[in-house]
Design a protein around this ligand. Structure first.
Ligand SMILES: [Zn+2]
Ligand SMILES: [Zn+2]
Length: 321
């Protein structure tokens, strides 16, 4: 059975579990490890059965719990090289090592760990393990990382690189990645395919360019950003510079842009359309829902699409195929 569960969606943390065949992948790890495990258990997913973590981009709401979670589970993390490089810089801003030297050090550490050949056991997250909160700024995080993890907060059991646009197989799940317009080093969206079911994750994008539209065709499930209401953002509390960033071509998708896409170009194939990454300051769930509902209702052929909203503070009900 194929399962798709959004554990969290929004600027305070993003994380989704996708299961297909015998494989389970975590998409982003923007919650603390403890909270991530708690939410997985709430939806009857066992963290110990995760096979890999794959990352869309290095913003803290997508990676805040990454290192601790990967180390606890002893599973590989898939990044693009640009995202990995940016993530390493973010966590070790004062490091003198070059990126090449750092990669070499990681290889040696991985070889040493394999030599030890300890069976990985999943335990409760250790709060001493240097976990950063999604709310913290980069500077605050660097200060708060305890001594033990500060030695190398970027240490991971295994790093696997992929290139945007090149398909990749993780166990029973085929992963297609595509470049998205967002102000990160090398941000991507994904289409996951398992047992003939295709599920797209497309959040954190300033607009929907042709390459993304092409990828979103023929999916059975679409997680689409519906970040802000334009009027609420314009009149809201953010400083002008932040408003400009959100509104820019590399910012976030508005309710209006998402619904325009649904009304005009979306092919209507998805049994489930999930609106995600809703801003808590510049949006209301009802506004996002109404905009998307209007867009879908305008097209009689789409009445069988289920429209759902992903939440920040609790997991969504699991969608099963
Ligand atoms: Zn982002
Ligand atoms: Zn984000």
């Amino acid at each position: 059975m194929v399962r798709f569960t959004v554990l969290a969606s929004g600027s305070k943390g993003n994380c989704t579990v996708i299961s297909g065949g015998n494989t389970r992948i975590l998409v982003d790890a923007g919650l603390s490890c403890r909270e991530l495990f708690r939410r997985m258990r709430l939806v009857n997913e066992d963290p110990a059965t995760l096979d890999a973590i794959i990352i869309t981009h290095e913003h803290s709401d997508h990676v805040a719990g990454l290192a601790v979670t990967a180390r606890k589970l002893g599973i590989p993390v898939y990044f693009t090289e640009g995202t990995h490089r940016a993530w390493v810089r973010w966590l070790s801003p004062r490091k003198q090592m070059t990126y090449t030297q750092w990669l070499e050090q990681c290889r040696k550490q991985a070889a040493a760990r394999m030599a030890e050949a300890d069976a990985a056991t999943v335990e409760e997250c250790d709060p001493e393990d240097g976990e950063a909160s999604a709310e913290l700024t980069t500077a605050e995080t660097a200060e708060l990382v305890p001594a033990k993890a500060a030695k190398d907060p970027t240490s991971l059991p295994s790093v696997q690189f992929f290139q945007a646009g090149k398909p990749l197989q993780i166990g029973d799940i085929l992963v297609s990645s595509f470049t998205i317009p967002h102000d990160a080093a090398d941000p991507v969206g994904f289409v996951f395919q398992a047992e003939g079911v295709r599920m797209a994750v497309a959040t954190d994008l300033g607009y929907i360019p042709p390459n993304v539209k092409a990828q979103l065709k023929g999916v059975d499930l679409l997680l689409l950003e519906s970040n802000h209401d334009l009027e609420m953002l314009r009149d809201g509390p953010y400083p002008w510079s932040v408003k400009q960033r959100v509104l820019s071509r590399v910012g976030h998708l508005s309710n209006e842009a998402a619904s325009t896409y649904l009304e005009t170009e979306y092919d209507g194939q998805a049994a489930y359309v999930i609106l995600g990454h809703l801003s808590e300051s510049n949006n209301l769930p009802e506004l996002a829902r109404i905009a998307a509902e209007r867009a879908l209702l305008g097209r009689a052929s789409l009445l069988c699409n289920h429209l759902l909203l992903a939440e920040q503070h609790e997991p969504m009900t699991t969608i099963c195929f």
